[in-house]
Design a protein around this ligand. Sequence first.
Ligand SMILES: Nc1ncnc2c1ncn2[C@@H]1O[C@H](COP(=O)(O)OP(=O)(O)OP(=O)(O)O)[C@@H](O)[C@H]1O
Length: 322
Amino acid sequence: MVPLVEFENLKVRFKGERTVHAINGLNLSLQPGEMLGLLGESGSGKSVTLKTLLRLLPPKRSELEGSVRVNGTDVMSLSGKALARHRGGEVSMIFQEPALALDPVYTVGEQIAETVMRHKGVSRVAAMDVALDMLTRVRIPSPERRLKTYPHEMSGGMRQRAMIALALSCRPKLLLADEPTTALDATVQIQILLLLRELQKEFGMGVIFVTHDIGVAVEVSDRIAVMYAGNLVESGTAAEVIKNPRHPYTKGLLAANLHGAVKGQRLDAIPGSPPALETAPDACSFADRCPQATNRCRSALPPVVDISGQHKVACVLETANV
Ligand SMILES: Nc1ncnc2c1ncn2[C@@H]1O[C@H](COP(=O)(O)OP(=O)(O)OP(=O)(O)O)[C@@H](O)[C@H]1O
């Protein structure tokens, strides 16, 4: 089966007053209909990873190596109409702040209908029907009335639902969600996440979901990928990673909470801070914060070790175990 998403040795650098090595050789794939939780503390490269899937990085200031494919198509090679079809048609994105996605001067119905007309070439009446159907699916109360509502007339949770309706209105194969819930209170957060999970299954979409919160990642993902300073340090099914975390960073995240994975657990509970990203790493980036680091960790890049099936970890300590 062709993976829905495939990153192959992806490297991203930003140029400017100082260089930032944001992603250092990412290898990761997602199968159709899978939900992947991308975890990592601030600056680990989660948003940059998502943005490469939509070609949203500033072209003059960023340098990319390796490949990013969606459904077998090399995203880097897209331009013009093919890129426009890709964005919003094949791949859709939702943000932490609905204001980034919703235009304040148009009603929610007009915005959804406009997107559907642009991507699907249907009439306004048919597009309005899709808008109504989508608002119903995301369980906005009184959806007919809400079609004619402006974003500022809605509550935060409702705006989030409207943004999801907009993002899914063209039935994308892949939905990217950049911390879609952190701006909301806990009850609304979990409702939105459960809704997203439900729609993901109903539409058979792939979802990559960025979060700082390990409990949220476990609750809503099939698979988890943990990033640290631009490197993928561990990935596997959510169940495996929680039951048998192997990377000291993942273990630290889980150990920081007595119950393992609990919602609200922030990833900054481990003492120390990530390294500057001015040079490409030539050793384990986590070594300075790792309680188990040895000289080997500081002298070479860690190997990626297959623990079982899909469970992979980038750590020198694992070479003694396999
Ligand atoms: N357009 C840009 N120009 C220069 N540097 C950038 C740009 N975008 C991101 N970076 C840098 O790339 C690194 C990774 O950023 P990214 O936004 O992916 O982190 P993140 O894991 O999503 O963090 P957060 O959780 O805070 O959103 C950071 O050091 C960031 O400053």
